[in-house]
Design a protein around this ligand. Structure first.
Ligand SMILES: C[S@@+](CC[C@H](N)C(=O)[O-])C[C@H]1O[C@@H](n2cnc3c(N)ncnc32)[C@H](O)[C@@H]1O
Length: 189
């Protein structure tokens, strides 16, 4: 609840430094190398990456808990003349999501959740991803010495998903003075 209000307030005040309007190169590289299919953007914000994917022929669904972010994403999709499904939902329950997806994208949503919510998220996620499908996760990933509950290690992050997903690649980086990483998971058969 508090987290939901936190993000709603961020969008109302326009304090959304992540909302750059530019899709990251890691997503662009994935799109270059894969045929379009069905994609779910988890914590889609104002829809920048949904628009990028839809323009490349992907059938996209965006989910976010923030009413204002969803409204802004709807406006952007309409202005771009793109068919994009936008759903206001909590990713710890995914109550309003149906069907299966070839790709799930999460840029900065998973790492904003509490431990308990991360577990619920991971448990639910496998329902939506086709066998062989991809889960592309961008998350803060601290150096070993700075690991906490809020910023868990690579091993811990991977453990949330390893029942249903194999980690196939990891690219380390930094974002606003924090270490971070792109993790690519493949859904097991
Ligand atoms: C750091 S922002 C990233 C937004 C978007 N992925 C981007 O790259 O612009 C995290 C997003 O996750 C959403 N979010 C956080 N907790 C959520 C939850 N429990 N359910 C759905 N969305 C949530 C926030 O509203 C916010 O839009």
């Amino acid at each position: 609840m508090i987290r939901r209000l936190f993000f709603e307030l961020k969008y109302i005040l326009g304090r959304t430094p992540w909302d750059t309007g530019i899709s990251p190169p890691e997503l662009m590289a994935f799109l270059e190398n894969h045929e379009p299919g069905r994609a779910l953007d988890i914590g889609c914000g104002t829809g920048t990456n949904l628009i990028t994917m839809a323009r490349r022929g992907w059938q996209v669904t965006g989910v976010d808990v923030s009413r204002l972010a969803i409204r802004q994403a709807q406006r952007k999709a309409q202005a771009a003349g793109l068919q994009i499904q936008l759903i206001r939902d909590d990713v710890t329950s995914f109550e309003n999501i149906t069907g299966t997806f070839d790709l799930a994208l999460d840029i900065g949503c998973f790492h904003s959740l509490s431990q308990e919510k991360r577990t619920r998220y991971a448990t639910n996620l496998n329902r939506f991803i086709k066998a062989g499908g991809t889960f592309l996760l961008y998350t803060w990933l601290p150096e070993n010495t700075n690991v906490t509950n809020l910023y868990p290690s690579q091993v811990v992050v991977t453990q949330f998903f390893d029942q249903h997903f194999d980690l196939t690649s990891i690219e380390h980086g930094t974002y606003r003075q924090r270490t971070s990483a792109w993790l690519t998971f493949k859904r097991k058969d």
